[in-house]
Structures are given as structure tokens and as C-alpha cells.
Design a protein around this ligand. Structure first.
Ligand SMILES: [Zn+2]
Length: 274
């Protein structure tokens, strides 16, 4: 493959690639090809197809004019492939079927028939029905069925022409035909959990610093931890326990004490410890 973008040559050779480049290299790995650089001037055939007509030479003998109508893909190159059933149609059919029999949709249809302005927290101003199917403006109503909604988002978000595009684009495409309340939230949730999206996303967090080791004491009882266990029932006039633990030996002392309504102060604690 001859291209006039020199930087692309290193894409297949570089050992250090960004996450975004890795995604493309993985995709391209399915094809058998080699990228070769050819300068603008040498790349006449490609230029003839891609350059704007008004930049083209007027000279009939110019090679770019000669190659302008070259057939690059001949018929022999094309294969006739069986087209799979259109998934879009399948999911549309599923949404229609659920819409027709779903209990919530039935309740909504009944509320619309009674000319109610609102059903629970759903405003019915833009909702209408036709042949037992519920619509919202020009969009088909999707019932509150998590699995159906997830299937629908997957169908749009994972298909090859959209290819895991960002949240806003996925929302826009789904909104063309479908509606459900808190749609944005469901789509956010799906994409945040999408394995492919999460793997190809560049981390924008600050890189983590090295782990800070805890202080290691050199002799026993140099570094201690103290804790009060309070709200115990009275026992020999005491109602709390002060625990003192040596961090090095893990040896511990339990000091019975009284904690009344007054706050326990530093002085009091020091006294107890001594
Ligand atoms: Zn994704």
C-alpha cells in the first residue's frame, strides 16, 4: 500500500504505541499488507483521485489527468457476499413486540386514552399510540426492561460502523428511533462498563507515586497505637477500655477506665497510659 503520509510507516514498526494506536494495529493485523511511503509527486494515481479538481493541471498530457479515470478496483476484485439479516430490524421488532404486551406500556396507553397529562412521573404530553404501539414524538417507546434496553444499546454501540464511539454519539443515534426516560443514564452506565471502551481509553489520571512504607520502629514500645472501646456496660465501675498496642511486637495492654459525659482530654489519656 503506497501512501504519502510518512509517519504512518512507523505505526507498524514502533514498539512503543499509545493505547489508541494499539487499537488500530490490532484491527489492521487481520489484513495482509505492507505500508510503503511514496512522496506526493510520485503518488500520481492516488493524487488523481483525492486532489481537488480545481488544483488539477489543465495540460492533457499531465499524468494526473491521464490517471484520473483509472479503474483501480476491477470487477474481479469484488466478491458477492451473502448479506446477513439486518440486526437493526431484529431489535426494532423486539422493541415493538415488548411494547405491545408490556404491562407498563399498557398502563401508559390507558392513561393516554383517558387524556391524562401525567402518569406517575412521566409526562404524557408528547406520547401517542397507534395500533397498540406507544410512541414518544416520532420515537418508538422502549419499555422499562433493562435487558431489552441493554440489547438495544449494544446493537448500536458495538456495531462496526459506529465502533464503540463516545457516549454523545451513541445517545444521538439511539434517539433517532427510540425513547425511554433516563435514557442518557442507562447509556452512560453501559459505556462505562464496556470492556472495549475502557481498554482503549487513555488514562488522564496523574501517575501514582511510589508506595510510602510505614514507619518501622527499631525498639519495642517506640511506636504505639491507642484506641478507646466505649459504650460498654458498667463493670466494677468501669465503662470503657483503652487499648495500647506496640506496633513492633503487637503486644497489647488493656486499661480499664471510666469515660463519662466529659470529653476525654490528652492529659487524661496520658495519665491513664502512665
Ligand atoms: Zn464500547
Amino acid at each position: 500500500m503506497f501512501i504519502d503520509h510518512q509517519a504512518l510507516i512507523s505505526l507498524m514498526k514502533d514498539k512503543k504505541l499509545s493505547k489508541h494506536q494499539i487499537r488500530w494495529v490490532q484491527k489492521l493485523a487481520d489484513f495482509n499488507f505492507k505500508i510503503m511511503y511514496q512522496s506526493d509527486k510520485q503518488n500520481i494515481k492516488i493524487n488523481a483521485l483525492t486532489r481537488r479538481a480545481d488544483f488539477m493541471s489543465r495540460d492533457i498530457n499531465d499524468e494526473r489527468i491521464q490517471y484520473q479515470r483509472t479503474t483501480i478496483l476491477t470487477l474481479n476484485w469484488m466478491k458477492i457476499v451473502d448479506l446477513k439479516k439486518n440486526n437493526d430490524q431484529l431489535i426494532y421488532r423486539q422493541v415493538l413486540d415488548v411494547n405491545e404486551i408490556d404491562e407498563n406500556c399498557t398502563l401508559l396507553r390507558e392513561a393516554i386514552a383517558r387524556d391524562e397529562a401525567q402518569y406517575e412521573d412521566i409526562k404524557l404530553k408528547n406520547c401517542w399510540t397507534q395500533n397498540k404501539i406507544l410512541f414518544h414524538n416520532s420515537q418508538l417507546w422502549v419499555s422499562f426492561n433493562k435487558l431489552l434496553q441493554m440489547n438495544l444499546i449494544r446493537e448500536v454501540h458495538d456495531q462496526s460502523s459506529i465502533d464503540h464511539s463516545e457516549i454523545l454519539r451513541t445517545v444521538k443515534i439511539i434517539k433517532w428511533n427510540y425513547y425511554w426516560s433516563s435514557m442518557r443514564k442507562t447509556i452512560d452506565q453501559y459505556i462505562w462498563n464496556c470492556y472495549v471502551c475502557q481498554r482503549s481509553k487513555t488514562s488522564r489520571d496523574k501517575s501514582n507515586d511510589l508506595l510510602q512504607l510505614l514507619f518501622i520502629s527499631e525498639q519495642q514500645w517506640q511506636n504505639i497505637v491507642m484506641n478507646f472501646i466505649i459504650n460498654l456496660s458498667d463493670s466494677y465501675d468501669y465503662n470503657a477500655i483503652l487499648t495500647v498496642i506496640c506496633r513492633l511486637l503487637k503486644e497489647r495492654h488493656y486499661i480499664s477506665c471510666i469515660i463519662d459525659d466529659e470529653d476525654i482530654t490528652v492529659e487524661k489519656t496520658a495519665e491513664m497510659l502512665l
